[in-house]
Design a protein around this ligand. Sequence first.
Ligand SMILES: [Zn+2]
Length: 489
Amino acid sequence: MEHSLSIYNTLTRKKELFVPLHEPHVGMYVCGPTVYGDAHLGHARPAITFDLLFRYLKHLGYKVRYVRNITDVGHLEHDADAGEDKIAKKARLEQLEPMEVVQYYLTRYHKAMDALNVLPPSIEPHASGHIIEQIALVNEIISNGYAYESEGSVYFDVEKYNRAHTYGILSGRHIDDMMNNSRELEGQDEKRNPVDFALWKNAQPEHIMHWPSPWSEGFPGWHCECTAMGRKYLGRQFDIHGGGMDLIFPHHECEIAQAVASQGEDMVRYWVHNNMITINGQKMGKSLGNFITLDEFFDGSHAMLTQPYPAMSIRFFILQAHYRSTVDFSNEALQASEKGLSRLMEAYGHLGRLPASEVSSVDIKDIRSRCYEAMNDDLNSPVVISCLFEAVRTINSVRDGKASLSAGDLKELQEVFRLFLFDILGMSDAGGGGDGRLEAFGKAVDLLLSIRRQVKANKDWATSDRIRNELTALGFEIKDTRDGTEWKY
Ligand SMILES: [Zn+2]
């Protein structure tokens, strides 16, 4: 595959040229949601970030197997080894079967992802459907001497592992600091060392989700599922593992330890992490209670929102920042994104209807290569968007008669918009989109206005006014100028 895509690898802390293990195949695993509540803006970010990568890799010609898991068991409160299972707690509070909670929120998650135009992954495995694979993983780690049983639970022996390998290789944390900073929590006395993490937990009698195992009737530790399912669907080594930066420690650090302890080497070539969404400088998260759900954005029902926001404005808002930068939520920022996006869409709508000139007065030749360059530079979506905005200025100059574009250049701009705005950035528009509907819609309005000019010339004022009034009622702004009629929606 000929390209020069570089991505930032959290493990090596530098941008690296992307070379897959088995071209043209690419294996990508991304940590999906724990489905015990509605998806919020913080969930939209990894989904959109890895959707961008998924779309771009496919555009480059790779056959991508994209696995995004569903955590439906084993994720305990505060991401710790103690406390209640997040799904089980919700089920207890709502008096539902845990799998009813999972199904309900999963359906709603999929609906929100569809609205954001996030493509479905190739496989979406559930942790609870892979208990056998997780038990097998724990057994391998025990037989290699890196885990021990205690009171029916199994813990990973971090100190022993760290003697032969490096625990902290991904996060840059040092085991001594971790030991000094770990708090005494419930169940800690089962562990040899407070930094050890659970591979299997013995279920308390009141715990409603449990499975038989060689050690106890219980459930897997949170980190096991991704190692077990990644290996099952993508092999002992695969290309990309992604997720939010908040997962680097402990989740992904533990995944690396589990892989090395079970099979002797890490499974992942490129560790890719998106940054967080913040509200007033603080991470937005369900456990922090400062989140706004995607549905609340779509209908404007949250007290912090001054208006509803269409899903595409949210997607655009997220893509206007590089995925490794933080994005701070504010109504003003979202409104600015909404305006920016409609400027892009309007300009695209005009593109198919601009008059072609003999020659172009502006050079647009390098826009395509600059968009590719930005994407290849660690998925720099804000730079792609700024290139498209430059094109908007050119399009508007042509409309104002201050610049000209040849038929070939007009076609090139259309193709660049279709490719980057719609196919790669994944924007869509209910009334149009990448398939030319927006253009057809614009041409239909032009046709109505040209009929209006005709009837006006025939002094049929009643029909002319009717066309104008009805278009205005539909939300069009019609302006008669010296050279004809201008309109916008
Ligand atoms: Zn995971």
